[in-house]
Design a protein around this ligand. Structure first.
Ligand SMILES: O=P(O)(O)OC[C@H]1O[C@](O)(COP(=O)(O)O)[C@@H](O)[C@@H]1O
Length: 322
């Protein structure tokens, strides 16, 4: 099986970018080990702190953030980082070319129940001559990403990666510590009968999403004329992986549950990298009204509605939003 660096070199991926991706993965291997140790690692449960977004931080959120932050900043390959767990961006090497946004442990409420979690990352080039301490270097649309991926810590540790030449899966060989290519070009089936949404929020959704999900649930007695199945992992990284593997539609739509927080998922380090992976596998990623990767960000922790997955099903969902 082929290792990650030669695969990326054959694609013509710049050596500096490959080194940066390998640096992210070095941290992810360590995270994979810690997560795999479960209760033995002594890091399950919550801290007494909240992040800037008012969410209680899990001990593993803090640990994984520190691991990624330290290894990336010490590597010299990044000009700056942005993390879900950092209030502000953190400056790195002024001469470096790339910036990295990441969610160190997506789905962290799953850690205590031994369920799926993952690390999501997005890599862009910093504007030339930019000050590494300037937060605005991250205010670029997702279409500027030069690489995006996640590492899913499940029964096996899987990397989904794109550098704009398709979406690939690599599986961590834990004996040798190497990521080996296990799926060359992931391709999402255009049709699906599977959807993923937190249905407990139904009464808070906007009418378009209410109507769409009602029609899915009506199954063969409704306008769709066929049955649909539902899945919800409560970690975007797990739900998106299923969609990349066998198709489906995943959505976290706008809702009115908390008027101060109409959307849940973060643009820079959740929606954008997932959108790139999905599009590179032939799927669609939208907010309901626009392509996710076209959004011009205005804040590091900006949140957006997300509808992504199998092309035909996402298009059907979007038709309810017109
Ligand atoms: O609590 P809910 O509504 O099931 O939310 C689950 C969603 O929250 C997220 O876990 C994001 O939150 P965290 O990054 O704090 O874990 C997504 O991965 C997932 O889709």
């Amino acid at each position: 099986m082929r290792r990650l660096p030669p695969v990326l070199l054959e694609d013509g991926c710049p050596r500096e970018l490959i080194s940066l991706i390998r640096t992210v993965l070095a941290a992810c291997k360590e995270i994979s080990f810690r997560v795999g140790q479960g209760a033995l690692s002594g890091v399950l449960g919550s801290t007494l702190d909240e992040n800037i977004q008012g969410e209680t931080q899990k001990k593993l959120d803090v640990l994984t953030n520190q691991l990624l932050k330290d290894i990336l900043l010490e590597s010299g390959y990044v000009k700056a980082i942005a993390s879900e767990e950092e209030d502000f961006t953190v400056a790195g090497n002024p001469d470096a070319k790339y910036i990295v946004a990441f969610d160190p442990l997506d789905g962290s409420s799953n850690t205590d129940i031994n369920s799926l979690v993952g690390t999501i990352f997005s890599i862009m080039e910093a504007p030339e001559g930019a000050d590494p301490a300037d937060q605005s270097i991250f205010m670029q649309p997702g279409k500027n990403q030069v690489a995006a991926g996640y590492v899913l810590y499940g029964p096996s540790t899987v990397l989904a990666l794109t550098t704009g030449k398709g979406t690939r899966f690599f599986t961590l060989d834990k004996t040798h510590g190497t990521f080996l290519l296990t799926e060359d070009f992931a391709s999402i089936p255009e049709e699906t009968s599977e959807f993923a949404i937190n249905a407990s929020n139904q009464r808070h959704w906007q009418p378009a999403m209410q109507n769409y999900i009602t029609d899915l649930i009506a199954g063969d007695t409704g306008p769709r004329g066929r049955n649909f199945n539902m899945r919800w992992i409560a970690a975007m990284v797990g739900d998106v992986h299923r969609v990349l593997c066998r198709g489906g539609i995943f959505t976290y739509p706008t809702d009115t549950k908390d008027p101060n927080k109409p959307n849940k998922l973060r643009l820079l380090y959740e929606a954008n990298p997932m959108a790139m992976l999905i599009e590179q596998a032939g799927g669609i990623a939208s907010t309901g009204t626009e392509r996710i990767m076209d959004i011009q960000p205005n804040a590091i922790h900006q949140r957006v509605a997300v509808i992504l997955g199998s092309k035909n099903e996402v298009e059907t969902c979007l038709s309810y939003h017109k």
